[in-house]
Design a protein around this ligand. Structure first.
Ligand code: NAP
Ligand code: GLV
Length: 308
């Protein structure tokens, strides 16, 4: 079996040995060094190569190197080739940690302490208890579900919102458009772990911000295009949103002139909330290579009509 590898984030020198250790017959060609596109059976990619994937007539599977797949521009993928996203235990663990860190940072008021330090002010104030701090997770899939459970384990009052109904121990779950307002009304810390689809693009907007309690915090490790940036800046100005932690942006890298960089109420991280590792991702990728060659359904196959 022969695959094409393309990523501007992942080092093939790290991935190829892990894959070959589990599948010695695997041949990997790293874009742009592709000898014969007709010989390629599958694509392992973070983004599509600049010339796309339509010139590979024998592709049997496209495997994303990410949990999200919107960076692949679904409309321009070759028709009829199954696409799988990556569910990697290390990626899920790292995202869970990021969400725990964000929730603790806000619950313990470390941003307020940093702002006070900048003014050399000693402000002693006890934080609200975790059980009284309501964390709302948008998206209760692989990552949002894991984050919600971990937050509940830590003692936060956790709420979750998804497209279809969910039952998660100690997490109050809300569903669909009609569930959004009751979910948001009592959310002090809002975490977005939705996939980017037509239905979720721009969902972090002024209408949603008005539903949140005044002074709520926003954490976005989902995708940059979930957020209407001007609405966040306005909400920070009025105090509707007190502070935001943003990991993803409509334009990445975030341009140097962007106002988010120096905003006193925004923490910027460079799309590092989570990441996959070759060691932990290789088993599921190799299983999917075997499935592709046998013409069997892929693990974590994306529903292209649904968009995630
Ligand atoms: P997933 O397993 O597909 O879960 C998606 C969740 O979102 C599901 O619970 C789904 O509801 C819900 N959802 C989808 N559309 C919705 C809608 N219109 N209204 C309400 N809920 C909706 O995805 P995942 O693996 O958890 O990943 C989520 C996202 O995290 C990825 O798509 C990616 O954008 C982002 N991500 C970011 C990083 C980073 O480092 N910043 C790393 C990895 C992933 P149902 O369960 O009802 O279908
Ligand atoms: C990273 O953003 C991913 O989708 O895995």
């Amino acid at each position: 079996m022969k695959i094409i590898f393309n990523s501007n984030l992942d080092d093939p020198a790290e991935w190829i040995p892990e894959l070959k250790a589990r599948m010695p017959e695997l041949e990997v060609e790293v874009w742009p060094d592709i000898a014969d596109p007709r010989a390629i059976d599958a694509a392992l990619i973070w983004t599509q190569p600049p010339d796309g994937l339509k010139g590979y007539p024998n592709l049997k599977a496209i495997l994303s190197l990410g949990a999200g797949i919107n960076q692949l521009d679904l409309a321009s993928l070759p028709q009829g080739v199954p696409l799988a996203r990556l569910i990697d235990p290390a990626l899920t663990e790292a995202m869970k940690d990021f969400c725990l860190y964000a929730a603790l940072r806000y619950q313990r008021q470390f941003d307020d302490h940093a702002a006070a330090q900048a003014q050399r002010k000693w402000i002693y104030r006890q934080p609200r208890a975790k059980a009284q701090t309501r964390v709302g997770v948008m998206g209760l899939g692989e990552l949002g579900g894991a984050a919600a459970r971990a937050l509940a384990d830590l003692g936060f009052a956790v709420r979750g919102w998804a497209r279809t109904s969910k039952s998660i121990d100690r997490v109050r779950c809300f569903t669909g458009a009609e569930g959004l307002e009751p979910f948001a009304r009592e959310t002090d810390i809002l975490i977005c772990l939705l996939p980017l689809t037509a239905a979720t693009r721009g969902i972090l907007n002024k209408t949603l911000f008005r539903m949140l309690p005044t002074g709520a915090r926003l954490v976005n490790p989902g995708r940059g295009a979930h957020l209407i940036e001007a609405d966040l800046l306005a909400a920070l100005e009025t105090g509707r949103i007190a502070h935001a932690m943003l990991d993803v942006f409509s334009q990445e890298p975030l341009p140097p002139e962007h106002p988010f960089w120096s905003h006193p109420k925004i923490v910027v991280t460079p799309h590092v909330a989570s990441f996959c590792t070759a060691v932990s991702a290789a088993p599921v990728l190799v299983e999917n290579f075997h499935r592709a060659m046998a013409g069997r359904p892929l693990l974590n196959q994306v529903d292209l009509d649904r968009g995630y």
